[in-house]
Ligand binder design. Structure first.
Ligand code: NAD
Ligand code: WQD
Length: 337
């Protein structure tokens, strides 16, 4: 049985991917320092699947720790989710982002090389497209970054490309996520942001559950149909499924490949709020405030390359994404606590 090492596997996307990997018959080793997650997510994945996960509370910057893990397990592929992800925070503590994201990834790649493991799937982001000249976005669009977080994703992509060019034993897949939301159908695992959520969907659901008074909508004067920002929201289970397919196809793909993971549909902030109210029957008070610095008007994916090469396509629509988010949020108002 093939073994996948998942860094950041206790987090939002990592826990859903771990669940799907177990269901697909992989052995899973999770490495996570639990800086932004709870071990409870993995206990719930074990309960849902009836399978066990090997877990190490280890930082990806800990070379000795990682070396020991790779010595203990014959790891076939790594899915690398671990890292810091808050755009605003990255402007305040850029060194921490460069250290954890970039140094952490270089450290991981070095340990993998020493252990003879040459397959890695990496969590990149649509943020690498900066402010795109048009939509939908294809993988060959120019890349840029407007904040340290985005720069870490861009630099890591470049590092992985250099490594792939240096030795054709490396097989790499860069997955550029659009806006992941939703939760597993069971309502047992989902997104559990610490403090005030940065992202739209967890904010809306915390207003609906009564934890926050109202949503601030960041601007209604964008050049979009209703003036609010338009994004490509994708169900976390669809996103996770793409990782399973990437791991299954990584050898056949060879070299390094890059895929957009989105649905190809764009929804505005107001459409998200209206659909949430319609699907859940809850009220979501909001006010229009200033634009958030660094935000772009619209962003959605052309995901046809992932369909052609990975045989992957998103199957969950917006209503299901919202229904599943709400099941998780209403059953777990305090997340995993
Ligand atoms: P998350 O914070 O829920 O998961 C990240 C996990 O990594 C957490 O469990 C955290 O404890 C762990 N971690 C952080 N730093 C670590 C370190 N130094 N060593 C070991 N473990 C560490 O975030 P997520 O939403 O599941 O995102 C996963 C990945 O996907 C991240 O790399 C993120 O940048 C990327 N991504 C996320 C989104 C999004 O909107 N959620 C969009 C695009 C890309
Ligand atoms: C979506 C829309 C906001 C919150 C970010 C990162 C990106 C990626 C995904 C990691 C925008 C509006 C939001 C709120 C609002 N992460 N909004 N009120 O900005 O598309 O992408 O997360 O890689 O890198 O930048 O997602 O969910 O923050 O915002 O009006 O309280 O909702 O202006 O139009 P975004 P988001």
């Amino acid at each position: 049985m093939s073994t996948v090492l998942v860094t950041g596997g206790a987090g939002f996307i990592g826990s859903h991917t771990t669940l799907l990997l177990l269901e697909a018959g992989f052995e899973v080793v999770v490495v996570d320092n639990l800086s932004n997650s709870s071990i409870e997510s993995l206990h719930r994945v074990e309960a849902l699947t009836g399978k066990s996960i090997t877990f190490y509370q280890t930082d990806i910057r800990d070379k000795a720790g990682l070396t020991e893990i790779f010595a203990k397990h014959k790891v076939d592929s790594v899915i690398h989710f671990a890292g810091l992800k808050a755009v605003g925070e990255s402007n305040e503590i850029p060194l921490e982002y460069y250290d954890q994201n970039i140094y952490g990834t270089v450290n991981l790649l070095k340990v993998m090389e020493s252990a003879g493991c040459y397959r890695m799937v990496f969590s990149s982001s649509a943020t690498v497209y900066g402010d795109p000249a048009s939509v939908p976005i294809t993988e060959d669009f120019p890349t840029s970054a407007t904040n340290p977080y985005g720069r870490t994703k861009l630099f890591i992509e470049e590092i992985m490309k250099d490594l792939s060019a240096s030795n054709d034993r490396w097989n790499m897949v860069l997955l550029r996520y659009f806006n992941p939301i939703g939760a597993h159908k069971s309502g047992q695992i989902g997104e559990d942001p610490q403090g005030i959520p940065n992202n739209l969907m967890p904010f809306i659901s915390q207003v609906a559950v009564g934890k926050r008074e109202k949503l601030s909508i960041f601007g209604n004067d964008y050049p979009t149909p209703d003036g609010t920002g338009v994004r490509d929201y994708i169900h976390v289970v669809d996103l996770s499924d793409a990782h399973v397919k990437a791991v299954q196809k990584i050898g056949a793909l060879g070299g390094i490949s890059t895929f957009n993971l989105g649905t190809g549909n764009g929804y505005s902030v107001l459409q998200m709020v209206e659909t949430f109210i319609k699907e859940t029957g809850k009220s979501v008070p909001y006010e229009i405030v200033e634009r958030r610095p660094g935000d772009i008007a619209e962003c959605w994916a052309d995901a046809s390359l992932a369909k052609d090469k990975l045989g992957w396509t998103a199957v969950h629509g917006l209503s299901e994404m919202i229904e599943d988010t709400w099941r998780w949020q209403s059953q777990n108002p305090d997340g995993f606590k």
